[in-house]
Design a protein around this ligand. Structure first.
Ligand code: ZN
Ligand code: ZN
Length: 336
């Protein structure tokens, strides 16, 4: 504990719409119930783009983004019981809940009225160190390297929560084949679902990845699949995909919207929804989702495809994600 540096490097938000700034921040000892983590890897998620671009309002002032944190515990605050110094942990988007609101009390803490979100209202993992509430940190299976484990913490967890709602679909559509989709495709293939991957027109690398992961059909989002879908998940933040996906879904099918932000959904004829089709969103995650998914992932085994960037190149990683020029998941590696 006495070898901790006084300062660390982090990439922080100056103001919405501007590139992140490389800053020096104090390394503070963790408060009661919290752990201090030396960050080994932090995934780059589309939600980080929504924070940086200002789609998500009122972030913590000068927030350090990043909610797919993998690292080792270097200090524990008073009362910490679950983790030892040196243990490897992962920290997801859900960073705190109130434990008292009606949602928390009936097991739906993902909908908490007074939540804390890592990398949005709580400083995140685009840094050399991060602190987390020990109740919202999870042991990471040994099968994964730090960089591979990072995208499991959001692309994996949110993907898993979205997938649970369509796990019975024999023919499953996935719109937007990025980090979350490439993990869900592996979950679906393992459960013998047939995956139909919809990508941007001409996105050859994403189409190749989808085929490599077992998708039975790959095509542009405007196209109709050869078979009506029993369910679909939209991960792209693009509202006009909603009527397109409904058109591809059979009667009684479910359409899950997996993103935290989406452009407006255009007006559409009721016929697209008629026939007991269901549209629903997925919000955040519960700790139970994390426990389940981190147990299942190495058994499949889910293998994330990652592209590493130095922490100081976070803006480059975000730009590439914004431009659709990333295949799989981007992961930031802080300096040693
Ligand atoms: Zn609550
Ligand atoms: Zn995320």
């Amino acid at each position: 504990m006495n070898t901790l540096p006084k300062h660390m490097i982090a990439m922080a938000l100056d103001h919405a719409g501007a590139p992140l700034k490389c800053v020096e921040r104090a390394v503070r000892l963790p408060k009661r119930g919290h752990i201090l983590i030396r960050v080994a890897a932090c995934g780059v998620c589309r939600t980080d783009l929504h924070v940086v671009d200002g789609d998500l309002k009122h972030p913590k002032h000068h927030i350090i983004p990043g909610h797919e944190i993998i690292g080792r515990v270097v200090a524990a605050g008073p009362g910490v019981k679950g983790f030892k110094i040196g243990e490897r942990v992962g920290v997801p988007w859900m960073g705190a809940t109130c434990g008292e609101c009606p949602y928390c009390r009936d097991g739906r803490e993902n909908l908490c009225d007074r939540p804390g979100f890592t990398g949005y209202t709580i400083d995140g993992g685009y840094a050399q160190y991060a602190t987390a509430d020990e109740d919202y940190a999870f042991p990471i299976p040994d099968e994964y390297t730090d960089a591979e484990a990072a995208p499991l913490m959001c692309a994996g967890l949110i993907g898993y929560r979205a997938w649970k709602l369509v796990r019975e679909a024999r023919h499953l559509g996935i719109y937007g084949f990025g980090a979350a989709a490439h993990i869900v495709a592996q979950l679906a293939a393992f459960h013998e679902q047939k995956v139909y991957a919809f990508t941007r027109t001409g996105d050859k690398p994403a189409q190749k990845l989808a085929r490599d992961l077992g998708a039975v059909w790959v095509g542009p989002s405007e196209e109709q699949p050869p078979t009506p879908l029993d369910g679909a998940i939209i991960f792209a933040p693009v509202g006009p995909l909603v009527p397109l996906a409904l058109k591809a879904i059979a009667k009684g099918g479910t359409l899950v919207l997996g993103g935290i932000h989406m452009s407006n959904i255009p007006e559409m004829p009721y016929d697209l929804l008629w026939g007991e089709r269901v549209i629903r969103s997925v919000a955040n995650l519960t700790r139970q989702d994390a426990i389940e998914f981190l147990e299942i992932a190495p058994r499949i085994p889910i293998q994330p495809k990652v592209t590493k960037f130095d922490l100081k190149d976070a803006n480059d990683a975000l730009d590439r994600l914004r431009a659709g020029k990333l295949t799989g998941a981007a992961v930031l590696i802080p300096p040693a």
